[in-house]
Design a protein. Structure first.
Length: 139
């Protein structure tokens, strides 16, 4: 069967996300490394060298707020009141220390996502359309 999902993923999704996606502010701790110092992590705590500095970035995401009767409650990690956020697949979320998400002034933190939920939520025709993050309020 022919599909245009690759065209949609490459050409349409970024525009749609920017047009109707919701604002999410990413807040994390970055480290300013002094000149001449190598950015190797500390052997004890695993943190990079340098001065901890608060960082922020505004991005767009598709947000789905989980209700008590929703079909995605079939996944064990999801609770009523959670938020499933679908970000651009190229957005780097892994290298941000103590990452938190601000949505309409409320702070959310990420929860572990099973591979099954990730496939269910963000893939079509073996293409990754989003990177999914499960968020829980104030934890």
């Amino acid at each position: 069967m022919r599909t245009r999902i690759d065209f949609i993923a490459d050409a349409r999704m970024p525009d749609v996300r920017e047009t109707i996606g919701s604002d999410v502010e990413l807040v994390w701790t970055g480290f300013v490394v002094p000149a001449g110092q190598t950015p190797a992590p500390d052997l004890v705590d695993g943190l990079p060298p340098g001065t901890p500095t608060p960082k922020r970035e505004k991005v767009k995401a598709f947000l789905y707020f989980v209700s008590a009767t929703t079909q995605v409650r079939q996944f064990a990690e999801i609770r009523a009141g959670d938020c499933i956020a679908a970000f651009a697949p190229e957005l780097d979320l892994k290298n941000r220390n103590s990452l938190r998400f601000l949505i309409k002034g409320e702070e959310w933190s990420s929860r572990p996502v099973s591979e099954e939920l990730s496939r269910y939520w963000c893939m079509a025709a073996n293409l990754t359309l989003y990177q999914v993050v499960l968020l829980r309020k104030g934890t």
